[in-house]
Write a protein that binds this ligand. Structure first.
Ligand SMILES: *Cc1c(COP(=O)(O)O)cnc(C)c1O
Length: 438
C-alpha cells in the first residue's frame, strides 16, 4: 500500500495537512510544502494532447472525468487541483472545482445545470450578494427564483414545478445564524426526485461557508453541491479571496467548463496560499475561535444592556436541538462556530439601531482587539452592522421578514485571548450606555 492509499487510516485534520501527498498535479520529489506553480500555459508534447485537454472538459457529464490534461491556466492547473483534492477530502466528497471568489463559485453551482426556463427555489435568508444575484440577475436570464422559509423543511414542496431544477440552502444563515435541518429537507428532496429522470432531478446546493467543513458535513445528508467562500475560515488569515464547489465526479466537468467559459479562475499562487496556510491549519484555528465565541456569547447574554444573543452554542438558541445534530466537528464534538449576532436593549428598532451604531463607532475609534470590517472566519475579530452593510441588498422590511433586527450586530470571532475581546466589548457597552443616558 502506498502513502496515498494508506491516508484513510489517518485523521481528517492530518489529511488536511498532507493532502494526497503525491498526485499527477504534484510530482515534485524534493518539496515538503508543495511549490507555487506560476505557469499560464502548459507544454504539450503533441497537438493531440492539446485537443484531448479541450475535448475532455467539453463533455459535460462524463461518468469519470479522470485526470485533467493541463493546457491553459483558466482551464485548470496544479495548485488549484491540489487545493481541490484537499477540499474534497474535508467535505467527504469526490472532487472540488475552485473559483476566483465565493460568488464565482455560487454562480457556477447555480447556473451550470440550468436550462433556459429552469426555476430555482431558495431559502429566504442567504448571503447578501447571493440574494442580489437571485433578485437582480437570475430573472433577467429567464430564471424564476422563489424564496421560502426552510425552517419548515416541507415549505419548498408547494413551489416545486416541472421546471424546478435547483434548491438553494444556506446554514447557518447570515447573519441570524438560523439553522436548517438538512436531514429533514433532504428527505423531502429525495421523495420528489424518486419519480424524476436523471436530467430533471432537483439538485441541492448548500453554502457551508459559516460552519466550514470542520463544523458541518452536508455530504452526509446527500447535498449535491457544497459551496464555500474560501475567503473566510478556509483561508483563515484574511489575505486572499477564493471560492470552491465541492461535489461528485459527475458534475466536475460541467463546473470546470463553466469556469473555463465564464473565466472566474483562481490564481495559482492564491490557491497555493489557501492550501499551504489555510486549509492545513483549519482544525487548529477553529476550536480556539469557537471557544472564544462561547465565552463572548456567555458574557453578552449576561450583560444588562444586551437584549438578545444568537449563538448556536447557547442553550437559549431557538434551534439548539438542530445545532446539536448538524454542527459537529471532525471528531463528532459539538461545533457551534465562531459567528454570533446580538441586539442591544432599546425602546424600539430605530433606537436599537442608533445604539448599535454608537457602539460600533466606539469600537472603530477605541478597540484594539476588535475591528470594524465586513468578512469573517479570519484570525482577527471583526464586528459589523449587517442591516446597513453586508445585507443592504435586502430592504428594511425584507430584513425584518428574514428575522434580522434593525440594530443587530454581527461578530466574527478570531484567535485573540477571549478576555481581550470581552474587555473591548465591555468598554464599548459602557460608552454606549453613557451616550444613551445623555
Ligand atoms: C463571503 C461569503 C460569500 C461570498 O464569498 P466571496 O469570496 O466574498 O465572493 C458567500 N457566502 C457566504 C456565507 C459568505 O460569508
Amino acid at each position: 500500500m502506498d502513502k496515498n492509499d494508506n491516508r484513510k487510516n489517518y485523521s481528517l485534520s492530518t489529511r488536511l495537512l498532507y493532502g494526497k501527498m503525491q498526485t499527477q498535479a504534484w510530482d515534485y520529489t524534493h518539496h515538503v510544502v508543495p511549490p507555487i506553480t506560476m505557469s499560464s500555459t502548459f507544454r504539450l508534447n503533441s497537438p493531440q494532447r492539446g485537443a484531448e485537454g479541450f475535448s475532455a472538459i467539453g463533455q459535460r457529464y462524463p461518468d469519470d472525468p479522470g485526470e485533467q490534461t493541463y493546457v491553459y491556466g483558466r482551464m485548470g492547473e496544479p495548485n488549484n487541483d491540489m487545493l481541490s483534492d484537499v477540499l474534497a477530502e474535508a467535505e467527504g466528497k469526490e472532487c472540488a472545482v475552485t473559483y476566483a471568489t465565493g460568488m464565482a463559485a455560487i454562480n457556477a453551482a447555480v447556473l451550470f445545470s440550468l436550462q433556459a426556463t429552469s426555476e430555482v427555489i431558495s431559502h429566504k435568508t442567504v448571503y447578501g450578494c447571493t440574494y442580489s444575484f437571485f433578485t437582480n440577475w437570475m430573472p433577467r436570464m429567464g430564471h424564476k427564483v422563489t424564496f421560502c422559509d426552510l425552517s419548515n423543511p416541507k415549505s419548498f414542496v408547494e413551489h416545486v414545478t416541472d421546471r424546478t431544477r435547483l434548491l438553494y440552502l444556506e446554514s447557518p444563515a447570515n447573519p441570524t445564524l438560523e439553522l436548517l435541518d438538512l436531514e429533514a429537507i433532504m428527505a423531502e428532496v429525495k421523495k420528489i426526485n424518486a419519480s424524476r429522470g436523471e436530467d430533471d432531478k432537483i439538485l441541492t446546493v448548500m453554502d457551508n461557508t459559516f460552519a466550514t467543513p470542520f463544523g458541518q458535513n452536508p455530504a452526509k445528508y446527500g447535498v449535491d453541491l457544497i459551496v464555500h467562500s474560501l475567503t473566510k475560515a478556509l483561508s483563515g488569515f484574511g489575505t486572499v479571496l477564493g471560492g470552491a464547489v465541492v461535489t461528485d465526479k459527475k458534475y466536475k466537468n460541467g463546473l470546470t467548463l463553466f469556469r473555463k467559459d465564464f473565466g472566474g479562475s483562481l490564481c495559482p499562487s492564491t490557491a497555493w496560499n489557501i492550501l499551504a496556510h489555510g486549509v492545513s491549519t483549519l482544525s487548529l484555528r477553529l476550536p480556539k475561535q469557537q471557544a472564544n465565541a462561547m465565552k463572548v456569547a456567555e458574557y453578552l447574554e449576561a450583560h444588562p444592556d444586551v437584549e438578545r444573543v444568537y449563538y448556536p452554542g447557547l442553550k437559549s438558541f431557538p434551534q439548539y436541538d438542530i445545532a446539536q445534530r448538524m454542527l459537529r466537528d471532525f471528531n463528532g464534538n459539538f461545533a457551534p462556530g465562531f459567528m454570533l449576532y446580538f441586539t442591544l436593549k432599546a425602546e424600539d428598532g430605530d433606537a436599537s439601531k442608533v445604539r448599535g451604531e454608537k457602539m460600533m463607532t466606539y469600537v472603530a475609534d477605541n478597540a484594539y482587539a476588535i475591528t470594524l470590517a465586513v468578512s469573517l472566519g479570519q484570525i482577527r475579530t471583526l464586528i459589523e452592522h449587517p442591516g446597513s452593510m453586508t445585507h443592504a441588498s435586502y430592504s428594511a422590511e425584507e430584513q425584518i421578514k428574514i428575522g434580522m433586527h434593525p440594530g443587530g450586530i454581527r461578530l466574527a470571532i478570531g484567535i485573540e485571548e477571549a478576555d481581550d475581546i470581552i474587555k473591548d466589548l465591555d468598554e464599548a457597552l459602557i460608552a454606549t450606555r453613557e451616550f444613551a443616558n445623555t
